[in-house]
Design a protein around this ligand. Sequence first.
Ligand code: PMP
Ligand code: GLN
Length: 390
Amino acid sequence: MALSPPSSPATPALRTKLPAVGTTIFTVMSALAAETGAVNLGQGFPDFDCDPALVEAVAAAMRAGANQYPPMAGVPALREAVAGKIEAMHGRRYDPGTEITITAGATQAILTAILAVVRPGDEVIVLEPCYDSYVPNIELAGGTVVRVPLTPGSFRPDFGRIAAALTPRTRALIVNTPHNPGATVWTREEMLRLEALLAPTETLLISDEVYEHMAFDREHESASRFPGLAARAFVVSSFGKTFHVTGWKVGYVAAPPALTTEFRKVHQFNVFTVNTPMQHGLAAYLRDPAPYRGLPGFYRAKRDLFRDGIARTRLRLLPGEGTYFQCVDISDVTDLDEAAFCQWLTRERGVAAIPLSAFYGDGFDQRVVRFCFAKKDETLHTALDRLRRL
Ligand code: PMP
Ligand code: GLN
C-alpha cells in the first residue's frame, strides 16, 4: 500500500521549558509606542546615534577584510583593550588570554555563565526587581530561582535577607550595579559587606555591570575592585550601553581562569564567536578613553534635566544615582495598577513607560513605573510637557 502524507501534518506535541515566558514587556511597550505614536521612554535604548568615528572604525575593519571568524574568545586587540580599561578604572589586571571573553552582548554572557556553572538543583539568588533574562536563564539550566527583594522604594540590598537566603546549595548570586530598573549604585560599603558575606561560601557571583559608565553621584564599584569578589565573579559588561549601540550586541566577561575555562566551553558551542568587524572597530575606538570617561557627565546632564522636569509633575521621584533609567511613584496620579497605568499613559497621554511589576516573578505592584532618559533633550522635553499635564 502506498504511503501518502497526511493532508494536514501535525507538529509533535511539546511541553514548554519556559511556561511563564511570553513576549518581553520591552517589546510589548515599544510596539504599543510605535502603534500609538507615543514618545517611547519604555524600552532602554538611545534615540540618538553613536559617534560616527565608531561606525567608521567598524567600516574600515570590514573594508580591510576582517570578515571571517575571529578567535573563539574574541579579537586579541579587543580583549587587550578591555583588560587595559578595567585595569585603568578598577586597578585589577585581567589576563586577556585566560580571563577576558568577548560575547554577543551581556544577555549571552549571563546565559552562558549560568549554563556553565549551574546544575539541576543548584540554587541561584536574584535580587528583585531584576532584569528579565535572569530567571528564565536559571530555569533553562535546571537551577532553582531564589528571589530576594531589594528594599522597596530605595532599592538598596538587604543583607539580612541575602544572608538568610544563602544555603550550601547556593551556586551563584546575581548582582546588578548600577541597577536596572532601580537606578541605584552600590556603595563601597555594600560591596565590602557582600565580599564578607560570600567569603565563607562556595557561591559564585555574576556581576552585571552593563551600566558601569553611568554612575552619577559616586564611583561605580566594580566587583573587580574587591579581591574576594573578583576571585568568584563573572564581571559582565556591554558596549551597547557604553557607546550607544544597543543593536550591535557586543559585550564581554572578565573572570578568573578557572571560571573563564568553563565559560568558554559553553560559549564555543553557543555562539562560537562574535562578529569580527565590530570587535576590530571597538578595539580601535577604545584606544581613546574620552568617550567612556565622558559618559557619566553626558548622562548626568540628561538625568538632571529629566528629574528637574519630573519634580514639576505629580509623579514622585525615586533614586537616580546611575543607569539611564528613572523610576517614579504613580500613586498620587492614579488608582490604576502599574501595567494598566503604562497602557493608559502610552495610549492616552503619549508617553510609554515600563511597569516595575515586570521585574518581579510574582508581579509585585508597588505603584512604580520606569522611564528611560537616554533620549535627545527635545524628546525628553516633549515627554515632560505631557507628564506635567497628568
Ligand atoms: N543586564 C541589564 C541589567 C540590562 O539592562 C541589559 C540591557 N537590556 C542587559 C543585561 C543586556 O545587555 P545586552 O544588550 O548587551 O545584551
Ligand atoms: N535592557 C533594556 C531595558 O531594560 C531592554 C532590552 C530588551 O529589550 N531586552 O529596557
